[in-house]
Design a protein around this ligand. Sequence first.
Ligand code: DHB
Ligand code: FE
Length: 284
Amino acid sequence: MARITASVYTSHVPAIGAALDLGKSNEPYWQPLFAGYDFSKQWLKDNKPDVVFLVFNDHATAFSLDMIPTFAIGTADSYQPADEGWGPRPVPVVKGHAPLASHIAQSVIQQDFDLTIVNRMDVDHGLTVPLSLMCGQTEAWPFPVIPFAVNVVQYPVPSGRRCFMLGQAIRRAVESFDEDLNVQIWGTGGMSHQLQGPRAGLINADWDNKFLDRLIADPDGLSKVPHIDYVREAGSEGIELVMWLIARGAMADVAGGKPPKVARRFFHVPASNTAVGHLILENQ
Ligand code: DHB
Ligand code: FE
C-alpha cells in the first residue's frame, strides 16, 4: 500500500523564485534564506519520495473570481508553470500522478469532503517556489506532484479545523491505494504577512514561532484557532497557514501513531514582505 512518510512545510514567497531565477541567491540579502534550505535539499535527496502531494494556493492565476473552488485536486498528467505577469518562471513542467490523484479524489469525496476535480491547471509560485526551495535549480523535478489547491484568497476560506480533518481523510485515501508508494505531503504558504492596506508589511515572528511549536506538538489544539486570529495576528495573507494543517492532519500521530521526528526547523525574516518558516516532520 502507499504510505505518507513525511510532511514538509514552507513559505512560498514569489521573490524567492525571482531571486533564484535571476541568479541572486548568493547576494547578502538572500544567502541566509537559501542556506536555511541546504539541509532540506540534502534530506530530500536522501528521502526521495515517489510522489509529493503538494497543498498550495492559487493566487488568482489558474482560478479567478469567476470560479472559486475551496479545495481542488489536480488529476492531470502534467501542469505548466503559470505566467504571473512577467512570463512563466524558467522551471520544469510539473509532472502529475493521475492514478493516485484520481484514487484520492474518489476516496476523499466518499469521506464527505467536496473536492473540485481539475484536469487542466497552470501552477503559480504557490507550487513552484516550494519545489525550487527543496529541489534547487534542476532540468526536471525529481518526482511527480499532485497539486492540491485551497482557497485562502477570497473569503469565506476554510477553517483550520476543516483543513486538519481533510488531512486525516487524505491519509486514509493514500493508505487505501494498492501500489507501494512513498508519499510526502507538503503544506505551503505563510508565514505572517500582509500585502495591502494600512498594515502592509506586518510580520509577527513571535506568533509564527508559536505556530511552529503548536504545529509540531499540539496540532489538534492549533486546528481550533479561528481564522480571524490568523488575520489579526499574522496579517491578511497569514491565513495561508491553514494549509499547513492539511499536511499535519495526514501525519501518523493524528491517527494514533507515534509523534513525528522534527528533522528540520528554520525561520527567517524577512523575505520580501514575509516571514519564512520551514519544517520537516518524519513519521516514525
Ligand atoms: C508575496 C506573495 C505571496 O503569495 C506570499 O505567500 C508571500 C509574499 C509577495 O507578493 O510578496
Ligand atoms: Fe501566497
